[in-house]
Write a protein that binds this ligand. Structure first.
Ligand code: SF4
Length: 434
């Protein structure tokens, strides 16, 4: 019997409900005629335009809250680049609404984390509550939303991942933030729940496949973020913008004080991944040119020279000393090559030529805002082929789209074909160019 639910509905206490249930033999009746326990909360979430639940059930609410907390934790881990222990130390109120800047635009959300090591009072006694760290983290919109969700689960000033509030149904009087083991288990159980839900909602394409490297754990998120920011996945526009935006936020080190000691970790990882991706791009360009592919674009000569001089990374064993080398490698303006699969080009990034308006001093382009006609562009025959394949794909979409959308898709397709034709008519072999 859902005693607590009935007590809340009828305004009685659990003992009264228990007595009533016993007197009237309701347990047997409920077992033979089971029914739902709908909560009186509106269902606003939708999947494919339909409410994702008819109602939220009392018996499911605690599980849903647990998974929501886990989802918010994953976003924090994945889209800030924080270490797990740094996320564990966040408190409600850590990300206040920013003051509007002088020109009226909304300022950047910042996360003020706590640190605990070597925090002492005037008498030299350790302060176990720690203190707010001087250097804040920059937060992008999904992260701010995740923090707001967690802030609704815990009281003001409490740890966002406080055990007492996230494990509220446990009888143990745990204190402090959830342990990393618990969080890792929660992530696994979240994956199971997502897959079950995807099947129930007939969205098998959205299920999370088994990971050949085992359980997800917490440590992988930071490195994965750097990998994606460095390589930008093609296809998913929202993700590309998100990762692109993350790079801008992280690159704020060049123009602000966030480059201090405590942010060095994620920047070093990002530099390493970006340098490896750039070296891969250079190697690919060299291989294509050697195989006889022609190259076009205003930066073609510069890119071919750079590709010839860039070392090839055959393996990815990254020693600690590589981080500094990676940062020096990326600082060579004009000769670092960035693959941009979404724009079907390679960007030989030279800061002064860039039309995507990178931050002053940035060592990477804002590829998600790549503009046609930029002096850093180069294309190979492979890019021209991919442009035509994409144009054919758009034409196919256009055949099945409403007229105005179809028209726009066809205009885009013909623009892509024109770009491929321009490549064909202006491209030269590497021997001619160098
Ligand atoms: S606009 Fe220029 S610099 Fe920016 S990503 Fe595109 S090619 Fe590179």
């Amino acid at each position: 019997m859902a005693t607590t639910y009935i007590a809340a509905l009828t305004g009685s206490n659990r003992r009264q409900v228990g007595r009533f249930v016993e007197q009237h033999g309701l347990t047997e009746i409920a077992a033979s005629r089971p029914g739902p326990c709908p909560l009186r909360v509106p269902v606003t979430g939708q999947i494919n335009g339909k409410p994702w639940r008819k109602h939220v059930d009392f018996n499911e609410a605690a599980d849903l809250m647990r998974h929501l907390g886990t989802a918010a934790t994953i976003i924090l881990l994945y889209l800030t680049g924080m270490r797990p222990q740094e996320v564990q130390g966040l408190r409600s109120g850590c990300c206040p609404a920013p003051e509007p800047s002088d020109d009226g635009t909304e300022g950047q959300h910042l996360i003020h984390g706590h640190h605990y090591k070597n925090v002492t009072d005037d008498d030299g006694n350790h302060i176990s509550a720690g203190e707010v760290r001087q250097v804040p983290w920059a937060a992008i919109t999904p992260v701010v939303h995740a923090i707001r969700v967690l802030e609704r689960m815990v009281p003001k000033g409490e740890l966002l991942l406080s055990t007492a509030h996230h494990e509220f149904h446990s009888r143990h009087g745990y204190r402090g933030a959830m342990k990393q083991d618990t969080m890792a288990q929660r992530i696994e159980s979240f994956v199971t729940w997502v897959n079950r839900e995807a099947e129930a909602q007939e969205l098998s394409g959205q299920s999370i496949p088994d990971d050949p490297h085992g359980a997800l754990g917490l440590g992988r998120f930071r490195r994965s973020l750097a990998w994606h920011v460095a390589r930008r996945p093609g296809g998913l526009i929202a993700l590309a913008i998100q990762y692109g935006h993350m790079r801008t936020v992280l690159d704020a080190r060049t123009s602000s004080g966030y480059g201090a000691r405590s942010r060095r970790g994620i920047h070093a990882i990002l530099d390493v991944e970006t340098a490896l991706a750039a070296a891969d791009t250079a190697a690919r360009l060299r291989d294509r040119a050697a195989a006889g592919e022609k190259v076009s674009g205003p930066a073609a000569r510069r890119a071919l020279t750079a590709a010839a001089q860039t070392p090839r990374f055959e393996g990815h064993i990254v020693p600690r000393t590589f981080a500094r080398k990676a940062s020096t490698f990326l600082a060579r303006d004009g000769i670092v090559l960035y693959d941009n699969p979404d724009a079907f080009l390679i960007c030989a990034f030279k800061h002064d030529n860039a039309l995507c308006e990178p931050e002053p001093g940035a060592t990477a382009p804002r590829q998600y805002d790549c503009r046609p006609g930029c002096g850093n562009t180069i294309r190979t025959d492979t890019h021209a082929r991919l442009l035509r394949e994409r144009a054919d794909e758009l034409d196919q979409f256009a055949d099945h789209a409403p007229a105005p959308v179809g028209k726009r898709l066809r205009v885009n397709a013909s623009r892509l074909r024109e770009t491929a034709d321009t490549h064909d008519s202006t491209a030269h072999t590497a021997e001619v160019l160098t």
